[in-house]
Design a protein around this ligand. Structure first.
Ligand code: NAD
Ligand code: UDP
Ligand code: UDP
Length: 318
């Protein structure tokens, strides 16, 4: 009799980070065994502390730029700092993480015949001329600027995924993730949602970079995690890349005003210089995700912000 092993052994690199910790939690909830690998550069043990008692959860401190020999069925490759402040702190290490790290992950996947999913990013579109951004758009990325270590590293990681697929027949999935926010973002992460919420809750000035007319589309973490898992579960005909994000588009000023309203803050809105190469607009075209994954985000910005503000309130009080 054929016996089906429904429980999978899943490696999540970057599993102690913001998205990784939510992903580990969700996959554990589905009954799988999780190996969470992280070097704690931006992630923390605290993010996964509540999972440590679960016998199906294992945490390993390891830098993915070094080889890793483990036995797994699936790999979610999330290891890489995501906030501009953090990925620009040690740009060479950022590129190494995306390039050497991805080679190691793919070498591992090839050896154990595991399915691998890459957490790519809307940053592969750079400062886009096409709006909204669809997957067939090749992007407009500066190869030598301060954001390049992240953008080009992620582009090279996509190349590696597709070459291991073509050259070695590896089953792959590539998700292009757009700005995602929610509980467990690091308070000093430097990204716009965590910055504004923390500033508003502590009645500090809210720092808009530039005139605040640049746009972003913000996806709540629970929606994103559902999209990632749905992508991993597709059959072998679906490789991606597939955009995952919430198409609701807001200016940074609108976000600041919404955060002030929802927190009831006395903070003033102030302006600071716009960082170099800051993309002017960003909004995902998610038609492919809707068709291939039957997925679309369900949590609007206002609702997601209320939940995020609640989380940061408890953090600031603690
Ligand atoms: P995060 O910084 O919270 O998580 C990244 C994790 O990777 C951290 O736990 C960090 O310690 C770990 N890490 C970094 N370098 C490593 C290395 N060399 N070896 C092992 N672990 C390493 O960021 P996040 O928002 O959770 O992002 C997770 C992934 O999703 C990243 O790959 C990021 O590029 C991608 N992504 C995120 C967003 C977003 O808006 N959150 C958008 C697009 C893409
Ligand atoms: N690798 C790894 N774990 C494994 C298998 C490979 O970390 O289980 C690393 C290995 O160090 C190698 C990389 O993945 O540098 C790429 O492996 P691949 O087999 O594709 O290439 P090769 O070993 O031929 O360079
Ligand atoms: N931003 C801002 N104030 C902040 C942090 C960010 O105005 O305190 C702006 C930033 O310049 C960018 C947008 O908000 O235009 C999103 O920035 P984030 O770092 O969150 O993500 P990314 O630029 O990678 O999309």
């Amino acid at each position: 009799m054929v016996s089906y092993r429904r429980t999978k052994r899943i490696l999540v690199t970057g599993g102690a980070g913001f998205l990784g910790s939510h992903l580990c939690e969700r996959l554990l909830g589905q009954g799988h065994e999780i190996l969470c690998v992280d070097n704690f550069f931006t992630g923390t043990r605290r993010n996964v502390e509540h999972l440590l008692d679960n016998t199906r959860f294992e945490l390993l401190r390891h830098d993915v730029t070094f080889p890793l020999y483990v036995e797994v069925d699936e790999i979610y490759n999330l290891a890489c700092p995501a906030s501009p402040v953090h990925y620009q702190f040690d740009p060479v290490q950022t590129t190494k993480t995306s390039v050497h790290g991805t080679i190691n992950v793919l070498g591992l996947a090839k050896r154990v015949k595991a399915k691998a999913l890459q957490a790519s990013t809307s940053e592969v579109y750079g400062d886009p001329e096409m709006h909204p951004q669809a997957e067939h758009y090749w992007g407009r990325v500066n190869p030598i600027g301060p954001r390049s270590c992240y953008d080009e590293g992620k582009r090279c990681a996509e190349t590696l995924f597709f070459d291991y697929h073509r050259q070695h027949g590896l089953p792959i999935k590539v998700a292009r993730i757009f700005n995602t926010y929610g509980p467990r973002m690091h308070p000093d992460d430097g990204r716009v949602v965590s910055n504004f919420v923390v500033q508003a809750l502590s009645n500090q000035d809210i720092t808009i970079y530039g005139d605040g007319r640049q746009t972003r589309s913000f996806c709540y973490v629970d929606d994103l995690i559902q999209g990632l898992i749905a992508l991993m579960e597709t059959d072998s005909t679906v490789t991606g890349p597939i955009n995952l994000g919430n198409p609701g588009e807001f200016t940074v000023r609108e976000l600041a005003e919404l955060v002030v309203e929802l927190t009831g803050s006395r903070s003033e809105i102030v302006h600071k210089p716009l960082p170099q190469d800051d993309p002017r607009q960003r909004k995902p075209d998610i038609e492919r995700a809707k068709r291939a994954l039957d997925w679309h985000p369900t949590i609007e910005l206002r609702e997601g912000l209320v939940r995020t503000i609640e989380y940061f309130r408890t953090q600031i009080a603690a």
